[in-house]
Design a protein around this ligand. Structure first.
Ligand code: HEM
Length: 534
C-alpha cells in the first residue's frame, strides 16, 4: 500500500525544481534584506501581554502609577499596554516625556473621550476635556486673565490669606477647646476647607464650607462639590471596554448623571439669583465680583467669544465652574498634607523651615504672600514634596491625533498617552537617592538648583507640560506654598503619643489622586504671639 502511494506521486522535472528553489531564495532575500529606515515601519513599543477583552487592566492594581513604574524598569521608558480596547502608551523617563510633550505636543493636544467628560462636564464643554481648538483656548484665556494672571492673583490674594488665617484660628481653637493637651486634628480636612473656600470665593463668590458664625445655607453646595470631586476621581472600566459600557458595572455613569443633574440645578438656582440682582460685569476679585459674575455678564452682553460669530453660553459658564472645583481643590490640599507629613518625619528640616519663617515673618503675625519670595528653603521643601508626592501621578491622559514615531517606536493614532510623572521624578538616573526627602537638592549648589515645577524641566512635571499644562498652576502653587508655610510657621506639630517621626505612615491610598492612605493626625501647638491668632 505504502509503496503503491509513493509510486503514484509525479516526479518533478529538474526545471520545476530549480524554479522552486530560485523562488524560495528570492523570497527569503526580499523579506530578510535590510530595507532603508524610511521603508520599514518602526515597531510598536514593548509591553506585557494582556488578558483577552480586558487587556492589561487586571495587571494594574489600585496604585497604578507604582505598577507602571515597575513595568518601566522591565520594558523601558516607553511601553505599550491595552486597557480593554484602547491602546495605551506609558512614558517613564524625562527624555521620552519631552519627546511627547514638547516635540509631539501638537499631536497629543486632546484628551481621550471618557464618561466624566461626557456626563459631568457638559459633554466636553469645559476646559479639562474640551477638544483642542478655539473654544478651549477662549475658556483658558478667560480663566488666565481673571483668575490666574499675576494681576488677578494679586487681586484675589485676600481670599487665600483670609482662608489660611481662618484655618489657623480654627486649628488653634480645636487644640485648646478640647482641654486635652494631646488632642489631635485631621490636618488634611482642615486644609481642604481652606483651599476649597478660597477657590470658591473667587469662582462663585461664596464659601463651600461655612465659616464660624456663618449660616449653613451652603450644605447642598458642599455635598455636591464633594461628591463631584469623589466621582471625578474614579477610573471607569466602561470607558475602556465598550462591551461593559451599557452595563455600567461600577455604577459610575449612573452616579455621574445623577450628580450632574444636582450640580446643574444648583448652578441654575445660583444663576437665577444673580439675574435678579443683575449679572456682574466687573473683573473677578474687584468689589466682591467673581468669575461666575464675569461669565454671566459675557453671556448677557453677547460678547464675541471664540470667534466673531461665537458666543459663550450659560452652559459653558457652568462647565467651567465645575472644572475649577474638580481640578483645583483636592489637588492642592493633598500636597499641603504631604509637605507637613514630610517635615514632621524630618524634624531637623521642620526646624530649619521654622527658623527661616521666623527670620522673614517674625512671631507676631501670620505669613502673607508678600513673604513668599524670601522663603528659599521653603520653596525647596515644596518642590521636593511635588517630586515625591505629585497630586496626579499619571497626569491627565492625552490622545494621539495621528500616527507618529517617538524614541524609535511607532505610536498609532488613537493611542492614549499616560505620563508617569511620579515615576519620572524617582528615576535614579536623574535623581541621586531618589527616595530620600532632600529639599537641599533644589538649593544653590544642589544637584537640581535650577529645576522648576512649571513645565520646562521634564524631570519634574507635577502640573504636566505643553499646551494642556495645568491651567491653574499659578493659583495652585501660590495656595500650596502659602498654606503649607502658614501651618509650619503657626504651629509646632506633635505626633499622637507613642508615635515617632520615623514611624509615620507614608503609604499612598488606592485612588487616582495621590492621597495619603492614613490621614495625617497631629497635635498643633501654637508657637506665635497670641495676637497672631486673633
Ligand atoms: C497643586 C495643585 C495642582 C496640580 C498638581 C495640578 C496638576 C494638573 C495636571 C498634571 C494637569 C494635566 C496637565 C497635562 O495634561 O499636561 C492639570 C490640568 C488642569 N488643571 Fe491642574 N493641578 C493643580 C491645581 C489646579 C488648580 C488650582 C486649578 C484651577 C483652579 C487647576 C485646573 C486645571 C485645569 C482646568 C486643567 C486642564 C487644562 C487643559 O486641559 O487645558 N489645577 N492639572
Amino acid at each position: 500500500m505504502e509503496l503503491g502511494l509513493a509510486m503514484d506521486l509525479p516526479i518533478p522535472s529538474p526545471l520545476l525544481l530549480s524554479t522552486l528553489v530560485v523562488s524560495v531564495v528570492l523570497c527569503y532575500v526580499l523579506f530578510s534584506w535590510k530595507k532603508p529606515a524610511a521603508w520599514r515601519a518602526p515597531p510598536l513599543p514593548p509591553g506585557p501581554r494582556g488578558w483577552p477583552v480586558l487587556g492589561n487592566l487586571p495587571q494594574l492594581g489600585g496604585k497604578t502609577h507604582q505598577r507602571l513604574h515597575e513595568m518601566t524598569k522591565v520594558y523601558g521608558p516607553l511601553l505599550r499596554l491595552r486597557f480593554g480596547s484602547s491602546n495605551v502608551v506609558v512614558v517613564g523617563s524625562a527624555a521620552v516625556a519631552e519627546q511627547f510633550l514638547r516635540v509631539h505636543d501638537a499631536n497629543f493636544s486632546c484628551r481621550p473621550p471618557n464618561s466624566g467628560g461626557e456626563h459631568m462636564a457638559y459633554n466636553y464643554q469645559d476646559i479639562v476635556f474640551a477638544p483642542y481648538g478655539p473654544r478651549w483656548r477662549a475658556k483658558r484665556k478667560v480663566c488666565a486673565v481673571n483668575l490666574f494672571s499675576a494681576r488677578a492673583l494679586d487681586d484675589l490674594r485676600a481670599f487665600r490669606e483670609q482662608e489660611a488665617a481662618l484655618m489657623v484660628r480654627s486649628l488653634a481653637e480645636q487644640s485648646s477647646r478640647s482641654g486635652d493637651a494631646q488632642a489631635v486634628v485631621q490636618l488634611g480636612k482642615a486644609v481642604n476647607v481652606c483651599t476649597t473656600n478660597a477657590l470658591s470665593r473667587a469662582a462663585v463668590g461664596r464659601r463651600v464650607f461655612a465659616a464660624a458664625g456663618e449660616e449653613e445655607g451652603a450644605t447642598e453646595f458642599k455635598e455636591i462639590v464633594l461628591e463631584v470631586m469623589q466621582v471625578g476621581g474614579v477610573l471607569n472600566v466602561g470607558d475602556f471596554v465598550p462591551a461593559l459600557r451599557w452595563l455600567d458595572p461600577q455604577g459610575v455613569v449612573a452616579k455621574m448623571k445623577k450628580l450632574h443633574r444636582r450640580f446643574d440645578d444648583m448652578m441654575d438656582g445660583i444663576i437665577a439669583d444673580r439675574k435678579k440682582g443683575g449679572a456682574a460685569a466687573a473683573p473677578a476679585g474687584q468689589q466682591g465680583q467673581d468669575l461666575l459674575g464675569l461669565l454671566l455678564a459675557m453671556v448677557q452682553n453677547e460678547q464675541p467669544f471664540a470667534g466673531k460669530e461665537d458666543r459663550i453660553t450659560e452652559t459653558d459658564a457652568k462647565a467651567l465652574i465645575l472644572n475649577l472645583f474638580v481640578a483645583g481643590t483636592d489637588t492642592t490640599s493633598t500636597i499641603v498634607e504631604w509637605s507637613v507629613a514630610e517635615l514632621v518625619r524630618h524634624p531637623d528640616m521642620l526646624r530649619q523651615a521654622q527658623e527661616e519663617l521666623d527670620a522673614v515673618v517674625g512671631r507676631g503675625r501670620l505669613v502673607s504672600e508678600s513673604d513668599l519670595p524670601r522663603l528659599s528653603f521653603f520653596h525647596a521643601v515644596i518642590k521636593e514634596t511635588f517630586r515625591l508626592h505629585p497630586s496626579t501621578p499619571l497626569s491627565l491622559p492625552r490622545v494621539a491625533a495621528a500616527d507618529c514615531e517617538v524614541a524609535g517606536y511607532r505610536v498609532p493614532a488613537g493611542s492614549e498617552l499616560l505620563v508617569n510623572v511620579w515615576g519620572i521624578a524617582r528615576d535614579p538616573a536623574v535623581w541621586p537617592d531618589p527616595l530620600e526627602f532632600r529639599p537641599a537638592r533644589f538649593l544653590p549648589g544642589g544637584s537640581h538648583a535650577d529645576v522648576d515645577v512649571k513645565g520646562g524641566d521634564f524631570c519634574l512635571i507635577p502640573f504636566g507640560a505643553g499646551r494642556r499644562i495645568c491651567a491653574g498652576l499659578s493659583w495652585g502653587l501660590r495656595m500650596v506654598t502659602l498654606t503649607s508655610a502658614t501651618l509650619v510657621h503657626a504651629f509646632d506639630w506633635e505626633l499622637p503619643p507613642g508615635q515617632t517621626p520615623g514611624e509615620l505612615n507614608m503609604e499612598e491610598a488606592f485612588t487616582l489622586l495621590l492621597q495619603r492612605a492614613v490621614p495625617l493626625m497631629l497635635h498643633p501647638v501654637p508657637r506665635l504671639l497670641p495676637s497672631a491668632y486673633e
